[in-house]
Design a protein around this ligand. Sequence first.
Ligand code: DC
Length: 228
Amino acid sequence: MPSAPRTASPLIVTLDGPAGVGKSSIASRLAGELGIAFLDTGAMFRAAAYTLGEGAWDWTQGILQQKLGDFEFSLRGSGKDTELLLNGQPLPGDIRTEQTGLWASQLAVVPSVRAYMKMAQIFLGQTTSLVAEGRDMGSVVFPGAQFKFFLDAEPEERARRRCRQLEAQGKPAPLAETLAAITQRDHQDRTRSIAPMKPAEGAVVVDTTHITENEVLEKVLAVVCGQR
Ligand code: DC
């Protein structure tokens, strides 16, 4: 196993990219190789959307701020065994549906929600070394991260991967619907005015369309461990 770079302050590796590109798998495996925690920031937005419910994106900023004030995220463990907790409890299992993904994407355009999430993520990264995955980790939340990556893949391939993942979880979804949801989310996430999804300055961009998950991990590890 390659050895993780030694740093005095927490090591932060950012992994951004669109829905269905495989960020969570790569991020959790990379975190395992480095012996550090993995932060799934999409899960934070999904948990908020699921808990607040449909239409929360239309609430006033004041009400949203008040509701989010009751949310406290924490991390336990490392690598694949990292647990993201909300108020000390595991996140609800149903946050992984495309429906919750769409709600999360809608909630994620709201300024007070983005401000809260950014603060919560920075707070976690102040004390814990992280592989942080999401949309704006390298560009906005951790611009000073030691390593930044942006994973991409063609939408059709991402829809196929998401369908395989949902099927493995016993929640099969039609390919056409999954592709439509992914395309809608891409549009929302790329065109929003605050923290739009894009490769961060200095990020290594990896097109994963035609390569395996193991090959993506090798490329990322080569940068983090091999080239130091
Ligand atoms: O990665 P995911 O599919 O679980 O993310 C769900 C939604 O949450 C995504 O469509 C947009 C939002 N999100 C965000 O705006 N910023 C992040 N850092 C992570 C997710």
